[in-house]
Design a protein around this ligand. Structure first.
Ligand SMILES: Cc1cc2nc3c(=O)[nH]c(=O)nc-3n(C[C@H](O)[C@H](O)[C@H](O)COP(=O)(O)OP(=O)(O)OC[C@H]3O[C@@H](n4cnc5c(N)ncnc54)[C@H](O)[C@@H]3O)c2cc1C
Length: 386
């Protein structure tokens, strides 16, 4: 087992640290949270540095890099803010990977080069107002009309909603219930009958575009069919790499909180001493380090196992579950170390704590993933309907 990073990965992390200083990412994180504005100005810079689509196929403008390299980069940027890391998440571990793996050459040529230049982005559209965890009950339908497909339905909580250029919409082919009738098509922003709801106001992750999508008799060209009915397994398989990305966001947020708490404990005094001299503070910091490092090992293992492809479901699920719980605990302890200042908006901890809360719901809830982990341990499927 080799825990060392390659020279190229270490150089990438150095260049991201330089960029963070140059672009004042700590200050930018505060500004994004205050204004709720997504940092669009970073897209061109990220594209120039080759950070967008670095895991995608080289023949379409990507760099064919490993999942681990992308995970390390997402983590490094999420230390400042998940919004600063979001373009790397979307373009390297997001639904564009489904198109890279299962799309037609025409779909890849139409979408991937633009993703690598920061001009296109792809959102994943599974959740509906009445269907989240119970995904195989989704109601959005697509009908074959001979020369085109007709899409009808509504999606909820769609990250990138209103801003992304392309939407990978999970939908039901015909009226048949169950997962066998589910596939996915690409809807493009601007198509007739495709509209957006109001932007969500979340507790944290301010600046992240998100809204409901409405499909009212949207004519989808047949060339936009990505996953036909009967191939639901392919759709869910690619989602495991997105789960590693979700976990990398947790590593980043927790790492940022840990660093802030350590620095604060060194300079804050009580009873005439630095608070880092109190054992209660030392134990909290040691516990934070234990949990963060344990999460890193699980997430990096899943990413290493993925190579340039996909991780194992078991490893990705364990990594996401543990990182989702870890980030809530670590940001909470960091906030405690800041005392009253931790609760104040003048300091970063309350933002980090708010940003820590989303990940155990987004990308599949902690509870549903634990069911997946348990079913793999017991070697049998637990049907949630019976
Ligand atoms: C920040 C954020 C970003 C998101 N981005 C996207 C996106 O880009 N695209 C997208 O499609 N969706 C997105 N979502 C939606 C997300 O995937 C769903 O919220 C999630 O899958 C849960 O679905 P739900 O909200 O309908 O909860 P429900 O499924 O109604 O679950 C409610 C509660 O019941 C629990 N529960 C349900 N069934 C079981 C069971 N069988 N066993 C044990 N517990 C159970 C759940 O764990 C949860 O705690 C996002 C959500 C958030 C918060």
């Amino acid at each position: 087992m080799d825990f060392s990073l390659t020279k190229e990965q270490l150089m990438l992390l150095d260049s991201l640290r330089d960029m963070a200083r140059r672009e004042k990412f700590k200050e930018l994180a505060v500004e994004i949270d205050r204004t709720g504005e997504f940092p669009h100005h970073l897209m061109g810079k990220y594209a120039e540095m080759g950070l967008l689509g670095m895991t995608l196929s080289p023949e379409y403008g990507g760099e064919g890099q490993s999942a681990l390299t992308a995970i390390l980069a997402i983590e490094a940027l999420a230390r400042y803010s998940p919004m600063i890391a979001a373009p790397l998440f979307e373009s390297n571990v997001g639904p564009v990977r489904v198109i890279d793996m299962f799309g037609t050459p025409q779909q890849k040529a139409a979408i991937i080069p633009g993703v690598c230049k920061g001009e296109n982005s792809v959102s994943v559209c599974m959740t509906e107002p009445e269907v989240g965890s119970d995904l195989t009950s989704l109601k959005t339908t697509v009908e074959d009309k001979g020369d085109h497909l007709l899409l009808n339905g509504r999606k909820s909580f769609i990250t990138g909603g209103g801003h992304a250029s392309h939407y990978l919409v999970y939908c039901r082919f015909g009226e048949k219930p169950g997962y066998r009738a589910i596939g996915a098509v690409i809807a493009e922003k601007g198509m007739e009958g495709f509209s957006f709801g109001k932007q969500e106001e979340y507790m944290g992750l301010r600046g992240m575009p998100s809204c409901d999508l409405f499909f009212d008799n949207v004519k989808i060209p047949k060339e936009n069919l990505v996953i036909d009915k009967g191939q639901f397994g392919n759709l869910m398989m690619t989602f495991d790499i997105e789960r590693c990305g979700n976990a990398a966001m947790c590593l980043g947020v927790a790492g940022g909180a840990m660093e802030a708490a350590k620095n604060y404990a060194l300079q804050r005094e009580a009873f005439g001493r630095s608070i880092c001299e109190f054992q209660a503070i030392q134990f909290m910091v040691a516990e934070m380090a234990m949990k963060l490092d344990a999460a890193k090992l699980l997430v990096y293992r899943a990413a290493c196992g993925a190579g340039q492809g996909l991780p194992s479901v078991y490893e990705a699920s364990l990594g996401k579950c543990y990182a989702n719980e870890m980030v809530k605990e670590v940001t909470d302890m960091a906030m405690q170390i800041f005392g009253g200042y931790g609760y104040s908006k003048e300091f970063p901890l309350e933002r980090m704590l708010r940003d820590s809360r989303a990940w155990s719901v987004a990308g599949g809830t902690l509870q549903m993933l634990k069911v997946t982990v348990a079913s793999m341990i017991f070697g049998r499927r637990f049907d949630q309907r019976k």
